[in-house]
Design a protein around this ligand. Structure first.
Ligand code: NAP
Length: 439
């Protein structure tokens, strides 16, 4: 009988011991129960406060005040960056580690989305691993799926629900009928939203994630300035309720897709915005803080991935998956293709991409003639109405109205709504939301 080979050991330096970092330490302590090809040993850790109670015993690890120092320590083979932020200590730590030829595992979507090309070039130059599965979709193994398992697929579109906070808010607004502010406060109380929710509700967090997916799925240079971003703060509970009556759900959809060949010669378009999705669309079924990613292309068709997109356990498990990958050896280009071969994402918004069906939600002033004025403004702008619901004003003094248009240019709906604003027939700013008509 052959002797079992001795298992390889990787020595880790963990920078950042917050939600994810502490979750990772817990998992490492239980590694004997996992299915790792080798052994992980924590050599050193770094965070801001040495004294903070993290729910895990870190006294047995060497403490380093400066994460950059940890990144270059002789007893560290792999730097796990869990500090966060696109710049500052996180970036300095990753740069120092890659320059020293060390493997880096990070959950930092902001860093990869905003400096991905720079980091990938550095990793390739120094023949170092740079892995970031946990940066997108938490426990959903989508980065590796796109980079490796699906490299035989011509991807046409990647779309998803990539921010659990926004999805929780929109799901709860539908379930309870409560206003955005009320649901956001409840999400903060339950820990689904940060005290400062800006990155989540503005769509920026989802934009970081979809740009990373776009880069890998389409071989595109991640350029954060080219992502069109809209958040959820303007959506009213009435929009969600009335969209539901049309059998659609409102979701914050992050997507990247091949643009049709126009004068720019096609390219990849990347955007985050609320959208109405049909009740039978895979994204319509994703509720609460869950995430989902739909990958479409030839010759595979459509694949749907879903699961917890954040939290200590799911995110630490994704980091663990990357650590396990390191035992396989050879470093691959972090963005799938060598960074010099990546193509630019298209800069311009092509008019043809802003054609489609649209949802308009508004509250009409409770006086005669306003409804006719709204429909006339739409007709004059060449916008034809497919479906319409008008609710009673009750004692609120304003009647909720929801309209679904037939296909038309977005610019025509905007022109009509500009006229509506001039006529002062609504008591609020109407919401204009794209409709995803495909199921
Ligand atoms: N939380 C999630 O569910 C989740 C999901 C996916 C991805 N991520 C990503 O994972 C990363 C970590 O997120 P997190 O939620 O764990 O963050 P967190 O709870 O805020 O933890 C951040 C950690 O970084 C440390 N830190 C901050 N500034 C530092 C500095 N200048 N020097 C040394 N250490 C410093 C903090 O130290 P102290 O503890 O001493 O303050 C803390 O331990 C981020 O990139 C985030 O986007 C998080």
């Amino acid at each position: 009988m052959s002797q079992a080979k001795s298992r390889k050991t990787l020595r880790l330096g963990i920078a950042g011991l917050g939600t994810v970092g502490a979750g990772l330490v817990k998992l490492i302590e239980r590694q004997a129960e996992l299915r790792l090809p080798g052994r992980l040993v924590v050599s050193a850790v770094s965070a801001r406060s040495k004294k903070r109670d993290r729910g895990v015993d870190i006294s047995k690890f060497r403490w380093v005040d400066d994460p950059v120092e940890l990144a270059t320590a002789d007893d560290v083979d792999v730097v796990v960056e869990l500090v966060g932020g696109s710049d500052g200590p996180a970036k300095l730590t990753v740069e120092a580690a890659l320059k020293a030829g060390k493997a880096v595992v990070t959950a930092n979507k902001a860093l990869i989305a905003e400096h991905g090309i720079e980091m990938a070039e550095l990793a390739e130059r120094h023949n170092a691993h740079l892995l970031f599965e946990a940066a997108v979709g938490g426990a959903i193994p989508i980065v590796r799926a796109l980079r490796n398992s699906l490299s035989g697929m011509f991807v046409n579109r990647v779309s998803g629900i990539l921010n659990g906070t926004c999805n929780y808010i929109l799901s709860e607004m539908l379930r309870t009928g409560a206003a955005y502010e009320t649901v956001l406060a409840e999400a903060q109380r339950l820990g689904y939203a940060e005290a400062d929710p800006y990155l989540d509700v503005s769509g920026m967090d989802a934009a970081h994630k979809v740009l990373i997916l776009a880069s890998i799925a389409f071989g595109a240079r991640p350029d954060f300035g080219e992502v069109n971003v809209e958040g959820v703060a303007e959506i009213e509970a009435m929009d969600i309720t009335l969209a539901n009556k049309f059998d659609y759900r409102i979701k914050l959809v992050a997507e990247a897709f091949r643009a049709p060949n126009g004068k720019e010669g096609g390219g990849v378009k990347c955007r985050v915005a609320p959208a109405l999705v049909r009740h039978d669309h895979p994204l319509a079924q994703i509720n609460g803080p869950l995430n989902a990613v739909v990958v479409e292309g030839e010759p595979v068709g459509r694949l749907t991935f879903t699961g917890p997109g954040a939290g200590a356990g799911p995110t630490a498990a994704a980091v663990m998956g990357d650590l396990s990958r390191l035992f396989e050896g050879v470093a691959m280009p972090p963005l799938g293709m060598p960074s010099g071969d990546l193509k630019p994402i298209i800069a311009q918004q092509e008019a043809s991409l802003d054609q489609g069906c649209f949802f308009i939600g508004a509250r009409l002033a409770d006086r005669s003639g306003v409804f006719a004025a709204l429909t006339e403004a739409l007709a004059e702008a060449g916008v034809s109405i497919d479906k319409l619901i008008q609710d009673s004003a009750g004692d609120t003094g304003a009647a909720p109205v929801a309209i679904m248009t037939h296909p038309c240019p977005r610019a025509s709906v905007e022109k009509a709504l500009a006229q509506v604003a001039e006529m002062e027939i609504t008591v609020d700013a109407p919401r204009l939301i794209r409709i995803e008509t495909r199921s």
